[in-house]
Design a protein around this ligand. Structure first.
Ligand code: UT7
Length: 334
């Protein structure tokens, strides 16, 4: 371990589509109300991309911002990881599309599929390549265009999701800073609770699959809710223990933005004041793998993170999957 390099997040960038879909708009589409959505989820509006926008378009905008902030050029990138469940196409990967668009000629490229936990799986994977010295700069992008797989006739799901992208450039940082611990997990037995049933090799696209609306997100909300509350706590506790940090030392918690009630349960559990928790789901809804990097980018832009701060990222999602990471933040780099 002593020969491993310290790895941190050098910069971030984000992008959300212009079009806003409000709760009032949804009231006209399904049998719901602003009051139900706000009290049950905390969401007030979300961003939705246009018919000709795809995930790689949002990913590109977020990536360019992250690279510019770090003053790193695309041809310095060694690896691009895109975390998404809404790739432009099943293959080639969205990471390859992004590599081409950025002109990152030296970079290897791959997608990671861990639903809403995708960004955490992505940064955990990326950091290994840098820690070992194999790579120097790895770009990780969490991007989703969930509006493309959301059934706007299903009130159980359509009020929840939004589109967006968040990028993070990872690289070496001074010893003692950067990532201190990761905790990743999966429970495949819960897969059916949150899934996109068709479009893969089990149920390829057919007239029947389209008629049966199997190309849309299907979710057992209440079960996922209970799982989420449980793993938000256990994953956070796991990274605190691995890093040898107490909950009182958390300066900023950046949780996955699925439901305000899930976040509030974590706030209560860890005795955090509201200024120590990033919440933006009121404006964006659940952007799956993009939620955490967009929230992190906004927190940095608002000056909510200082040198040496203890920052915890935590999320959960389809798979079922969960993950957390604890960083000692630095604005320095090697
Ligand atoms: O990123 C990971 C992915 N997903 C999640 O994290 C989601 C986790 N789950 C949740 O956030 C919540 O379970 C929901 C917000 C999805 C639902 O909230 P809930 O408090 O668990 O409600 P429920 O599913 O138990 O439904 C309560 C009632 C039902 O009516 P009945 O059966 O009691 O008559 C639903 O049909 O609310 C009804 N309902 C709605 N009513 C108005 C469900 N969706 C809506 C809606 N508007 N949009």
């Amino acid at each position: 371990m002593s020969r491993m390099r310290a790895v941190g997040i050098l910069s971030t960038g984000s992008c959300v589509p212009e079009r806003v879909l409000t709760n009032a708009d949804l009231e006209k589409m399904v049998d719901t109300s602003d009051e139900w959505i706000v009290t049950r989820t905390g969401i007030r509006e979300r961003r939705i991309c246009s018919a000709d926008e795809a995930s790689s378009d949002l990913a590109y905008q977020a990536a360019v911002k992250a690279l510019e902030k770090a003053n790193v050029t695309a041809d310095e990138l060694d690896l691009i990881i895109v975390a998404t469940i809404t790739p432009d196409t099943l293959f080639p990967s969205t990471a390859c599309l992004l590599q081409e668009r950025l002109g990152a000629k030296r970079a290897a490229a791959m997608d990671v599929s861990a639903a809403c936990t995708g960004f955490l799986y992505g940064i955990a994977t990326a950091s290994q390549f840098i820690a070992t010295g194999l790579y120097r700069y790895v770009l990780v992008v969490g991007v989703e265009t969930l509006s493309k797989i959301t059934d706007y006739k299903d009130r159980n799901t359509c009020v929840l999701f939004g589109d967006g992208a968040g990028a993070a450039l990872l690289g070496p940082v001074p010893s003692g800073f950067g990532f201190q611990a990761f905790d990743l997990g999966a429970d495949g037995s819960g897969g059916p609770l949150l899934q996109l049933p068709a479009g893969g090799s089990r149920i390829p696209a057919s007239h029947e699959s389209v008629e049966n609306r199997l190309h849309y997100i299907a979710m057992a909300g209440r079960e996922v809710f209970k799982f989420a509350v449980r793993v938000m706590s256990s994953a956070t506790e796991a990274v605190l223990a691995k890093a040898g940090v107490s909950k009182e030392e958390i300066d900023l918690l950046v949780p996955h933005q699925a439901n305000l009630r899930i976040i509030e349960a974590a706030i209560k559990r860890f005795g955090l004041s509201e200024d120590k928790v990033v919440v933006n789901l009121d404006r964006y809804g659940n952007m799956s793998s993009a939620s955490i990097p967009v929230a992190l980018d906004e927190a940095l832009a608002a000056g909510r993170i200082n040198e040496g701060d203890t920052v915890v990222l935590v999320g959960f999602g389809g798979g079922l999957t969960w993950g957390a990471s604890l960083l000692k933040w630095t604005f320095q780099r090697l």
